[in-house]
Design a protein around this ligand. Structure first.
Ligand code: ADP
Length: 461
């Protein structure tokens, strides 16, 4: 395809262009030759008139010599024809005495001198010879092959044709290889993109052995995109299966509980109450999961805009601590805050941010044993707020730290069931902090404690 385009766009106009140039050159040289022959004929005609060659037979030899010389010099044939069309002198001596009434001779005798190329390429230049009284007594005819001019142009044309063919061959080879070099890998990339658009995210472009260039960059970007899409696809599938699993567990418990009451006869009222309480707590758990899921979905829906307002964060942390105090007190945990700056004004979406920080504090309480300590610190510089939640709890194993922000991820499933976590809290916090253009980091040591450090910019532009 590229080759064809190149031929159409490059070669065809070039052929037309060179042809036109050569035709113009040819025409130009013929025109010049015609003028030159006419000029020579004029000079000769003048000489013949002046020297009376036609009347004075004693000058006949001189006349012959003159004609021979001019003809040799100019590389053309000279004929002198009288008014009746009979050749009286001929530089080639072939046609003396013959009648030579070509169109050009008639025209010259008639009224005007001409110089014209014939169909066979020969140029005729005719000029009338005048006597003293300006009567036309004959015609000088110079005939020359235009071959020498045409040969020259033809030769140049041939040479340039050879050059042209060579350039075309070289260019064709170059384009063929560059097509293979560029187009083939591009075709690969395109093929993989098409496959991906059909949902095959496992496709990768093989870039081994290809020299590094823009196309390998494109292929790499494409592979990265495929990898990312595959991850998104897998996490979507995992999410759906996790949601189903999480909701199935309480549902199974409810089913078991209700069936066991139904199967028993004469169940005492206390047992009913006990079972119904268990059922209610399972329903509460399901509600909790669904609520968390709804929060996450809302955070994911980018079209619901996040609304930033300027809020004083020291006060916000004081309020959160106050709300969490009873929960901490129930485990005899000491919950404190350290406010390092007098005032910290930051642009936040209050509801979402409070939920995100509350999740961290709630977790700190959940994963800290009785009589532990939790400290919330607020600090800032010119650009950012730094907010940390530190506890003296059970800590998180190093290999788990990267996974805790994943949806439904819980380090210890059984213990979490007791503590009632859904595994969605940190996902919510993470998404919220990202929406605030911030970051969240964890440092933790098992059996010593955990610190979550949140950093968000003071100004959201
Ligand atoms: P959950 O609802 O189970 O608490 P989260 O998403 O809030 O879910 O947290 C995910 C997991 O990270 C928790 O199950 C827990 O194992 C771990 N984790 C979170 N915060 C802490 C913490 N302060 N100390 C120890 N482990 C924690």
């Amino acid at each position: 395809m590229l080759l064809l385009t190149y031929m159409l766009v490059g070669v065809v106009p070039l052929i037309l262009f060179t042809n036109t140039i050569f035709r113009t050159m040819d025409e130009y040289f013929v025109e010049e030759r015609k003028k030159e022959l006419l000029n020579q004929a004029n000079i000769l005609s003048g000489k013949i008139s002046d020297s009376q060659y036609l009347y004075d037979t004693t000058k006949w030899n001189q006349f012959n010599e003159e004609i021979r010389l001019i003809s040799n010099k100019g590389n053309f044939r000279v004929l002198v024809i009288d008014a009746s069309g009979i050749v009286i002198n001929d530089s080639s001596r072939q046609d003396i005495g013959k009648t030579y009434l070509v169109q050009e001779v008639i025209e010259a005798l008639d009224n005007k001198d001409v110089s014209r190329q014939q169909e066979d390429g020969v140029i005729y230049a005719t000029v009338s010879i005048l006597d003293k009284n300006s009567n036309k007594i004959g015609v000088v005819l110079i005939s020359a092959l235009s071959d020498d001019v045409s040969t020259m142009v033809g030769e140049i044309r041939n040479q340039s044709n050879v050059l042209f063919i060579m350039i075309t061959i070289i260019l064709t080879i170059l384009i063929y290889f560059s097509t293979r070099f560029f187009i083939e890998p591009l075709k690969n990339v395109l093929g993989v993109i098409i496959k991906m658009s059909e949902g095959h995210f496992d496709q990768r472009i093989d870039i081994r052995g290809i020299r590094h260039n823009e196309i390998t960059d494109l292929a790499l970007a494409c592979n990265n995109m495929a990898e990312r899409l595959e991850q998104v696809d897998t996490s979507r599938q995992n999410f759906v299966s996790n949601v189903s699993h999480e909701l199935k567990t309480p549902l199974s418990s409810i089913k078991v509980l209700s069936e066991s009451i139904l199967l028993q006869k004469d169940v005492p009222r206390e047992t009913y109450i006990e079972f119904l309480e268990d059922i209610t707590s399972e329903i509460d758990r399901m509600t909790e999961i669904i609520n968390d899921l709804l929060t996450l979905v809302k955070l994911d829906q980018k079209e619901i805009p996040i609304t930033f307002t300027e809020i004083e964060l020291n006060q916000l942390i004081i309020d959160i601590t106050k709300r969490m105090k009873p929960l901490a007190d129930s485990k005899k945990i000491e919950l404190n805050y350290i406010l390092l700056k007098e005032k910290v004004l930051a642009d936040i979406d209050k509801t979402k941010f409070v939920l995100a920080i509350s999740n961290l504090v709630e977790n700190a309480i959940k994963y800290t044993a009785e009589k532990g300590f939790i400290t919330i610190t607020v600090d800032s510089d010119h650009q950012n707020v730094f907010l940390s939640v530190s506890d003296t709890g059970i800590g998180i194993a190093e290999e788990e730290i990267n996974k805790i922000f994943e949806r439904f991820y819980r380090v210890d499933k059984t213990r979490n069931r007791e503590t009632g976590g859904t595994g969605l809290g940190l996902s919510i916090t993470h998404s919220t902090i990202l929406m605030h253009n911030g970051s969240i980091k964890v440092s933790s040591k098992e059996q010593e404690g955990t610190t979550f450090l949140v950093c968000i910019p003071l100004r959201q532009t």
